[in-house]
Design a protein around this ligand. Structure first.
Ligand code: GLA
Length: 386
């Protein structure tokens, strides 16, 4: 069921003093291609989804933030001036955003807030970025005269992950959550910050997510370790090729040259990233020619790379990918950070209904639980609702 303003407002009224505030929303995301390329300064190609976070926020005239998570039925208070911040992870996202906005000079004051979300948690659809962007946007609106640019708001969310949650993520999730545009995907160059919208209007195809419901967790996961491997390989290559600042600048020949100086695991990881950076550009070209077969083929290549080279898949996701292949799905791959969550599937309209049925029954027969199928609708980025 789609989350509405009323769902949040009714709880805000109930849990606070009966008055209302302003309501903000930010979306989760899909990513057509370009996985684990953002922190390697490469390209990504995400789109915002209709599912996201909605929050009501009202200044309370103190230095305290009084926050209520409607989904978790948990209430946390913290002072804006506290150096440590709250312990609950969900509240640390809000605390981190407040502190980072204050560090940018926004005179944030205390507020009451209640929020809820309809992005499935741990599905690789960036529920945490949606939460960060909602509050970054709200605080900019309430206390920052909307002077902070959207990309800077995205960086506030990213710094929150790095400094308050411990995930050394790239910029993709926060950028698309802030910059998303209904009906368009966003090709983002994560080095320069330049971006371009690509209308997503596939003729005869649709995007479907299949959530394995294996919960992915980037906090404390091998995500940060992947990033370190990439940085190490880039540094080794840079000894010979000083122009290489990150794997974005490297190619397969350079990687072969340093093979003896890195581990096999590092070699495989770097190989995946170099291939993936090139695939994003190839997919953008193919889309401009309505060549969905090439888009799909690239998606399968990405899945192979994420599974066998980057090693961020799991048995259930590989099985979902196998089913997609068997059922003639044009393209299918793990989406997001990996270690669980969804596959994203590009499928011809006439095959979609049958695929959704078959993927549920085959997966259930093997794992005892139906995966959740989500039809992708590309929606808007962070905004004020009322
Ligand atoms: C997570 C991170 C992103 C990105 C993806 C993988 O979603 O938050 O920055 O690295 O994984 O593409």
């Amino acid at each position: 069921m789609k989350l509405t303003i009323e769902d949040v407002r009714s709880r805000f009224i109930k849990h606070f003093d009966g008055t209302t505030g302003s309501v903000y929303a930010s979306p989760g995301r899909i990513n057509l291609i370009g996985e684990h390329t953002d922190y390697n300064n490469g390209f990504v190609f995400p789109g915002a989804v209709e599912q996201g976070i909605i929050a009501e926020v009202k200044p309370n005239g103190t230095r305290t933030v009084d926050a209520y998570s409607i989904d978790l039925k948990d209430r946390v208070q913290f002072s804006l001036d506290d150096e440590q911040g709250p312990r609950a992870t969900w509240a640390r996202y809000i605390y981190g955003v407040c502190r980072e906005m204050m560090a940018l000079g926004v005179p944030v004051e205390g507020f009451n807030t209640a929020f809820a979300g309809d992005v499935p948690l741990g599905a690789g659809m960036s529920s945490s970025a949606a939460l960060e962007s909602t509050y970054a946007y709200a605080l900019n609106d309430l206390w920052g005269e909307n002077k902070i640019e959207k990309m800077e708001l995205a960086k506030v969310g990213q710094r929150t992950e790095h400094k308050y949650v411990g995930v050394n993520c790239g910029i993709m999730d926060q950028a698309i959550s802030v910059l998303g545009k209904k009906g368009s995907l966003l090709r983002l160059d994560c080095r320069s910050g330049e971006y371009e919208y690509f209308p997503w209007n596939p003729k005869g195809y649709q995007l479907v997510l299949v959530n394995s419901c294996v919960k992915h967790q980037l906090v404390g996961s091998p995500y940060n370790e992947r990033r370190l491997s990439c940085e190490k390989v880039a540094a080794v290559i840079a000894k010979k090729y000083p122009e290489v600042e990150s794997l974005r600048d490297a190619n397969y020949d350079m990687l072969e040259e340093v093979r003896a100086e890195i581990t096999d695991e590092e070699y495989r990881r770097a190989r995946y990233v170099i291939g993936e950076v090139a695939r994003v550009l190839a997919v953008c070209d193919a889309l401009q020619k309505d060549d969905y077969e090439t888009v799909g083929q690239m998606m399968y290549e990405t899945h192979y790379g994420l599974s066998k080279e980057y090693e961020v898949s799991c048995e259930e996701l590989d099985y979902l990918n196998d089913i997609a292949k068997e059922e003639g799905v044009t393209g299918s791959r793990i989406m997001g950070g990996g270690f669980g969550g969804c596959t994203i599937n590009l499928i011809a309209d006439e095959l979609a209904a049958n695929f959704k049925k078959v993927v549920k029954s085959k997966f259930k027969a093997k794992y005892g639980k139906e995966p959740i199928v989500i039809d992708v609708v590309i929606g808007d980025g962070a905004r004020k609702l009322c």
